[in-house]
Ligand binder design. Sequence first.
Ligand SMILES: Cc1cc2nc3c(=O)[nH]c(=O)nc-3n(C[C@H](O)[C@H](O)[C@H](O)COP(=O)(O)OP(=O)(O)OC[C@H]3O[C@@H](n4cnc5c(N)ncnc54)[C@H](O)[C@@H]3O)c2cc1C
Ligand code: FES
Ligand code: FES
Length: 469
Amino acid sequence: MINFILNDLNISTDLFPTTVLLDFIRKEKMLTGTKEGCREGDCGACTILLGELVKGTVKYKSVNSCLMPLGDANGKHVVTVEGINQKELSPVQATMVDEGGTQCGFCTPGFVVSMTGYFLNNLSLNPDDAIESLGGNVCRCTGYGGIKRAASDSISIFEDGKSDDRNHLENLISLKFIPIYFHDIKKRLEKISENHKSVDNKSSIVISGGTDLYVQRWESLVSSKGNLISQDKKLAGISKMGKQINIGSATTIEETKSSKLLQKYFPQWDNYLSLFGSLPIRNRATIGGNIVNASPIGDMVNILLALNSTVHLRDGKKKRLILLKNFYKGYKSLDKKKNEIVEKVSFQIPSKNSFFNFEKISKRTYLDIASVNSSIYMELKSGKITTIHISAGGVAPIPLYLNNTCNYLRNKTINTETIKNAAEISSKEISPISDARGSAEYKSLLLRQLLFAHFLKLFPQLVDPEKLL
Ligand SMILES: Cc1cc2nc3c(=O)[nH]c(=O)nc-3n(C[C@H](O)[C@H](O)[C@H](O)COP(=O)(O)OP(=O)(O)OC[C@H]3O[C@@H](n4cnc5c(N)ncnc54)[C@H](O)[C@@H]3O)c2cc1C
Ligand code: FES
Ligand code: FES
């Protein structure tokens, strides 16, 4: 049985855990405020909030219900727009009306849910962050002006733009952002976790966040059982052990993005990962999914390749390690047995004399997959490159590690001539194809520019941009 709370209602269902949550909400429970737009995670019309007990408090995150298996709602609080409705409009709903933030209304429940999620998750409020939290919601009618004003107006309801740390939930209830039943959700979730075990989900079809799988083949998934591994808390988390950083395969992209540990070693980490999907996608998408999906343009895999990461595989008690750069055999073909799962990925903590950079070119800056992406990690000693790893996405059938380019650059001094030679070598170890994201020639040119960009950003004093061309 799958047990959870849907708005104010306790749910117990024996439907397949792989059932699409959006279909359960709309077709089983007839809660049609949650809309079906693209069914591909792009429009945000299906956004719901997912509340989960974390260290004694309920943490909410916005997710796309069109890409989420019902079984992952087990033990959680699912909030649809109906679950926010009260006798009168909430401040978020009222400001959306007053500011002309809604026209045809199709996108509006998604915006209201995402915006309410912003207030649930943040004590210190500002319009820029509120608008950023709406990054996964698309509107075809309003031109966004009214929606942005609604976000600002809702914030102005709080004195000094701040909520009270100790009484945040009560504050939101008294200001009518959320209904009074939210008050008891924590106790109700504790009761569910005491009385019910996790969903039995033994199956060879591994589903993690579902953000690739439910786009690729939701029709075949809903009639199979599915191994919902994001239920397994042992597979999630980021830790430092000796000189190594470990990231559990079920860790979400948003968890890695906001990790203080990773931000400490990579100061631009948060900025790199803000280029990955939208907040609702990052709230579900996992590291393991990005690695095993094996898309040549995966962003996390691109970063992990340049960190010379190791993949930890497990089949029952049998464990095996493999370097990520040796994991990909051909297009979507991996050195992984059918029953092996990725348990975690690990890499060495960057040394003090190291440099890292990630570059991604896509048709639009945010909410888009890469045309070409590339990451670089380097260690220098006395001006010479001692260690170097470079990845390149979108220029081969696999997420590519630029072996020959790295071999050339090792033990070299950084200067304009060396970088030009490296770019020339890289162009011979790629095999881009022409597709919707650009011609083969264009992608080859993009990679050259990204290699230049790495060095221009990291060593502007050593490379002359005029002479690179
Ligand atoms: C709207 C949208 C925007 C996106 N934007 C980006 C983007 O900007 N950059 C980017 O890189 N990707 C993007 N993606 C793709 C996707 O979100 C990522 O690839 C994500 O990391 C996949 O993780 P998941 O947990 O959702 O994988 P799932 O869909 O659950 O699984 C993907 C594959 O991995 C397998 N798998 C998952 N975990 C494991 C494991 N631990 N062991 C063995 N097999 C496993 C599954 O069986 C499946 O074959 C986007 C997707 C959508 C829908
Ligand atoms: S229906 Fe468009 S994101 Fe889910
Ligand atoms: S109001 Fe029509 S899509 Fe947003």
